[in-house]
Ligand binder design. Structure first.
Ligand SMILES: Cc1cc2nc3c(=O)[nH]c(=O)nc-3n(C[C@H](O)[C@H](O)[C@H](O)COP(=O)(O)OP(=O)(O)OC[C@H]3O[C@@H](n4cnc5c(N)ncnc54)[C@H](O)[C@@H]3O)c2cc1C
Length: 471
């Protein structure tokens, strides 16, 4: 899209030289999506340093019908931050911690703050910001909010929606919605912040947020467990959830194939057990008091699960490094899969009570179509979110395998529908699932979403072609 000299000059004068980039070699790294499936293009990269600058940029773009794609750390998996012309609005310079209020247990941060930095600031104040995911060293809180990120501690603390008390958002026309309230009770009309959380930059640009903090755990115990089937793992989860209640942080599962794959490609990691098992789990509990005897409690409960033949083997981490390695076995799953040829991935959720049947039936259906496909359903058993990944058969041609994407998507998403689940659990819609939006979210729900979009962004400048299917 050609920009007039006057527009270029206005943009440059709003954000200054540091925030105005037109050199394509400097822009190039921002255009590639984390999984390298999408390669975008744009003429200008804008990096505002204040909310006022964001407001002035959007006001100008709205007047001149210039598309704007907001971008955080660009770690999203759905192509949401990839521009297709117009302006790429990267929020990384808007990165101040505005306030921390330990008594109110809140922190107010700007959108470009890296997640890990927020966790560290909370910890220094003897508090916890619990959002945790493998990209935490590079993703930004604005991106986390815009994708309603989940991660490994949703079971205990919830996803970004539950972790957010207030937002500051620049609307498409440049108006600033000043909703940075650190209130647990605030019944003053519609809860607008929830519209912007998970909207993937299609309704406004998030510039700051007031987030909930929690007491910092004093003791954390991590264990690695093995079971025969997903149903057994479910029984183990249900037992531990009953016993530990709010102290159960995470219950993550992976199949044998996933574990083998990670150990094959991450040489410092090894199978914690001598015998092979069909399913593995990483379980974490933590307590904010030191007198709960957490480790002894976990040992006792795991012993019960072994005696009842619910679990086949268990290992409690003796050291911090061992605990970290248990987590690395789980967190390196996607990375390891890259080295196994092509894969087709799904980020889905079903009610926790239906996970075992869902996984079993979906595996059966997929193997009917391609018996040698290597299935790797893994993830957040405790909150119902399964990453249903499929690696190509060992000897198959990559392109031929990818040619089956549509068939596999249809099987997985139809099964998700059958089990009352969602075809998009935590990664969002972006560019890649708009077709499923039409198919599974038809009728009143999609109609309402389109009306909201038209109302808040009448010129459709914000992140065009993302999330909502175009008619
Ligand atoms: C190794 C790895 C592990 C991951 N694990 C998880 C996981 O466990 N759970 C999970 O939920 N996700 C996970 N993700 C996906 C990703 O990290 C998250 O979706 C993250 O929240 C995206 O943040 P970001 O800053 O990188 O956003 P981006 O990728 O830059 O953007 C994501 C979307 O948000 C929009 N956006 C960004 N900033 C703003 C803003 N300030 N205002 C409005 N819109 C904005 C963009 O336009 C885009 O649509 C993982 C990714 C990787 C690479």
């Amino acid at each position: 899209m050609p920009f007039s000299a006057a527009t270029l000059q206005s943009l440059q004068s709003i954000v200054g030289d540091q925030g105005f980039i037109t050199d394509q070699s400097e822009i190039a790294p921002y255009l590639i999506e984390s999984r390298r499936r999408f390669h975008g293009h744009c003429d200008i990269l804008i990096k505002p340093a204040t909310t006022k600058e964001v407001s002035e940029v959007l006001s100008l773009c709205n007047d001149e019908d210039i598309p704007v794609v907001p971008q955080g750390g660009n770690t999203g998996h759905c192509g949401g931050a990839v521009p297709n012309g117009g302006i790429l609005l990267n929020l990384s310079r808007l990165n101040n911690i505005r306030n921390i209020d330990p008594l109110n247990a809140t922190i107010t941060v700007e959108a470009g703050c890296i997640l890990q930095h927020i966790q560290e600031i909370a910890e220094k104040n003897n508090l916890l910001f619990p959002l945790s995911l493998a990209a935490e060293g590079s993703c930004q809180i604005g991106g986390n909010l815009s994708t309603n990120a989940g991660g490994v501690h949703v079971l205990r603390y919830g996803n970004m929606r539950e972790l957010t008390l207030g937002l500051e958002v620049v609307m498409a026309d440049g108006q600033i919605f000043k909703g940075l309230r650190g209130l647990r009770k605030d019944n003053t009309g519609y809860d607008l912040k929830q519209l912007f959380i998970g909207a993937e930059g299609t309704l406004g640009v998030i510039t700051a947020a007031t987030l909930r903090l929690f007491p910092k755990p004093k003791e954390t115990v991590t264990c690695f467990v093995a079971g025969e089937t997903v149903a057994h793992m479910m029984d183990g989860f249900a037992h531990l959830r009953d016993h530990f209640s709010g102290e159960l942080n995470a219950f993550e599962i992976m199949p044998r194939f996933g574990l083998e794959m990670v150990c094959r490609h991450h040489k410092y990691l090894r199978d914690p057990f001598d015998e092979p098992y069909s399913w593995y789990g990483v379980v974490e509990v933590s307590a904010t008091r030191t007198d709960t005897n957490l480790r002894a409690q976990l040992e006792e409960q795991l012993q019960i699960l072994l005696e009842r033949d619910i679990l086949q083997n268990v290992l409690i981490a003796e050291t911090l490094i061992q605990a970290e390695n248990f987590w690395h076995l789980r967190e390196n799953m996607s990375d390891a899969q890259k080295h196994e040829g092509a894969s087709i991935k799904h980020d889905v959720s079903v009610p926790v009570s239906k996970i075992a049947d869902f996984i079993s039936e979906t595996c059966h259906m997929l193997h009917n179509v391609m018996p040698d496909a290597r299935l790797c359903p893994f993830g957040h058993l405790g909150d119902g979110n399964i990453h249903f990944n499929i690696s190509q058969p060992v000897d198959m041609d990559k392109t031929a395998f990818i040619g089956h994407t549509r068939d596999f998507n249809e099987i997985v998403y139809d099964m998700v529908d059958k089990y009352d689940g969602s075809f998009s659990a935590e990664h969002g819609i972006g560019l890649i699932k708009t077709e499923e939006m039409s198919h599974f979210k038809g009728g009143a729900e999609l109609d309402a979403m389109k009306k909201i979009k038209a109302c808040l962004d009448p010129n459709a400048i914000l992140n065009p072609k993302k999330v909502l299917p175009t008619d």
